[in-house]
Structure formats: structure tokens, C-alpha cells
Ligand binder design. Structure first.
Ligand SMILES: [Zn+2]
Length: 94
């Protein structure tokens, strides 16, 4: 059935998007000058010894929260992608 294939593809794509979005429990910090991925539960401990939480831009660079805000402002056209994610097929799920 064509429709089933489309639904499967949509489900896979949704999974890829949420994985790429990194909305899990992992966060990134700059630890001793090196960016590492840690559990969100460990964030406070890293901040306590002087690490900064960092976010990766699409250019591959790492930004602190305030830098990342500026980066996102500078690339505001990316918001169009967020709108696309919301156009999903929830009604089609069974
Ligand atoms: Zn650390």
C-alpha cells in the first residue's frame, strides 16, 4: 500500500529530525577547552568547575548561550524549518 509506505517514511523522518535536534538528555559543555557531550544531570557539576554550556551552530562552531542567541538572530530565516515540522501528520497516525 502506497499510503503505508508514506506513513512509514514520515515516521522515520520524524525520528531523524528529533534525533538531529538533540532534544534528549544530552547537553554540551566546553570542558578544559574541549567541547564534550554530557548528561543534562551532570551539567550543574560541570558549570561548578568552570565549564560553559555550549550550542553548536549549523556552521559547526560552538557558541555559549548568549553567543548562540546572536547567531540565531543572524540566521533567523531558519525558523521556516520549525514551521515545517509542525505541519506533521498526527491525524494520520493509527
Ligand atoms: Zn567539566
Amino acid at each position: 500500500m502506497k499510503k503505508k509506505e508514506i506513513l512509514l517514511a514520515a515516521a522515520l523522518l520524524t525520528g531523524v529530525i528529533s534525533f538531529a535536534g538533540g532534544k534528549g538528555d544530552k547537553v554540551n559543555v566546553r570542558h578544559n577547552g574541549k567541547v564534550i557531550s554530557i548528561s543534562a544531570n551532570a551539567l550543574a557539576a560541570h558549570l561548578a568547575h568552570g565549564d560553559e554550556e555550549v550550542f553548536q551552530g549549523e556552521d559547526g562552531e560552538w557558541y555559549t548561550a548568549s553567543e548562540y542567541q546572536q547567531y540565531q538572530d543572524a540566521t533567523a530565516e531558519d525558523e521556516e524549518f520549525e514551521d515545517n515540522e509542525d505541519s506533521g501528520d498526527e491525524a494520520d497516525e493509527l
